[in-house]
Design a protein around this ligand. Structure first.
Ligand SMILES: Nc1ncnc2c1ncn2[C@@H]1O[C@H](COP(=O)(O)OP(=O)(O)OP(=O)(O)O)[C@@H](O)[C@H]1O
Ligand SMILES: [Mg+2]
Length: 312
């Protein structure tokens, strides 16, 4: 019996989200007033971990925070959501990562101080940690700069220890879409890019050509997120398309992709079929897309199955 269903590498940080008003900064010591702000735990993998735990999975997260108030906030939020923080260490030499997001008209600009967000090194990823779980979810591939050089070895080690592996690279800030990623792909059971990422990584122009290429490279199953247009899965069993009703207005879309990932895996790891896993994933993504921040709209397993089934 493993301790965890899923382990993940935490890009631990907080997001300070400012919205509305005179939001575009002007230098020259100008002071401007904005309408509102929220301060919340950020990080794609942290948001993923919280959604997975709310869906009833036993989740462990590896990462570090600074010895500061933001670090305390991150640990408190993870624990409130049911994520085990036993593998989160407090590093007094680092500051907790911070994203400052300025949001207007459905768009956002983000200034990021990485700090603890990218502090993990391959030595942190012990066999003991990996062997404690059934499944490894590797998120924020390009932001975990310390892990990247050894990523193929880490993923291979996970597979050798009997784990299945999922990957969500998210955006590549260098826009090179390479590094060691190409060597990781053949070892991945479930790949969860959005449409743009899938096309850039596979170097193909269309979604279907991208999926074919990724599967040729050895990826087991490709689940592609398409925002308000829903999502598609390309699997050995076939091609599945899921359209979805628009999310509630007023959301900022933050974390929709991460909650989609957790929804898909929560069903997939319960041996549900691809169509059902895709449906649950889309419900999680849509629910979060309609709220502010990545945590607010995250449903529980009961909500995403029974309650939603009654509504449909
Ligand atoms: N506006 C929306 N209306 C309905 N559903 C949505 C909306 N936005 C996202 N979703 C749902 O959430 C899923 C994931 O969202 P999206 O495609 O934005 O992922 P992403 O680009 O990986 O996002 P992230 O910014 O979190 O990395 C979609 O496939 C869809 O099911
Ligand atoms: Mg994403």
């Amino acid at each position: 019996m493993k301790t965890y269903d899923i382990v993940t590498f935490g890009d631990l940080c907080v997001d300070l989200i400012m919205t509305g008003g005179d939001i575009v900064p002007r230098f020259g010591q100008v002071e401007q007033l904005v309408d509102s702000y929220s301060l919340e735990m950020g990080g794609s993998c942290s948001i993923f971990a919280c959604q997975a735990a709310k869906l009833g999975l036993r989740v462990g997260i590896l990462g570090c925070v600074g010895d500061d108030n933001f670090g305390e906030l991150v640990i408190r939020r993870l624990e409130e959501c049911g994520v085990d923080t036993g593998y989160v260490r407090v590093d007094p030499t680092l500051k907790t990562g911070l994203g400052l997001a300025l949001c207007k008209d459905g768009d956002r600009a983000i200034l990021t101080y990485p700090g603890t967000l990218s502090a993990l090194t391959p030595a942190d990823v012990t066999d003991e940690f990996l062997a404690s779980a059934r499944h490894l979810h590797y998120g924020s591939f390009f932001l975990h700069t310390g892990l990247k050089p050894q990523a193929p070895e880490i993923v291979q080690r996970a597979r050798d220890l009997g784990l299945s592996v999922s990957l969500d690279t998210n955006w590549d800030p260098d826009e090179a879409w390479n590094s060691t990623l190409q060597a990781v792909l053949p070892r991945v059971n479930v790949f969860l890019p959005n449409e743009q990422e899938a096309r850039f990584i596979s170097r193909r122009d269309s979604l279907s050509a991208a999926a074919v290429r990724l599967r040729e490279q050895g990826v087991g199953l490709v689940a592609v997120k398409r925002g308000a247009a829903g999502a598609e899965v390309f699997a050995p069993e076939g091609h599945y398309v899921r359209n979805i009703a628009p999310a509630d207005p007023g959301g900022d879309g933050i974390g929709a992709g991460d909650s989609f990932d957790a929804g898909f895996l929560a069903a997939w790891l319960r041996d549900m079929d691809v169509a059902r896993s895709l449906e649950i994933a889309c419900r999680c993504g849509r629910s979060v897309a309609g709220r502010i921040g990545g945590l607010e709209g995250q449903p529980t397993w009961d909500e995403v199955t029974q309650k939603f089934d009654r509504q449909v």
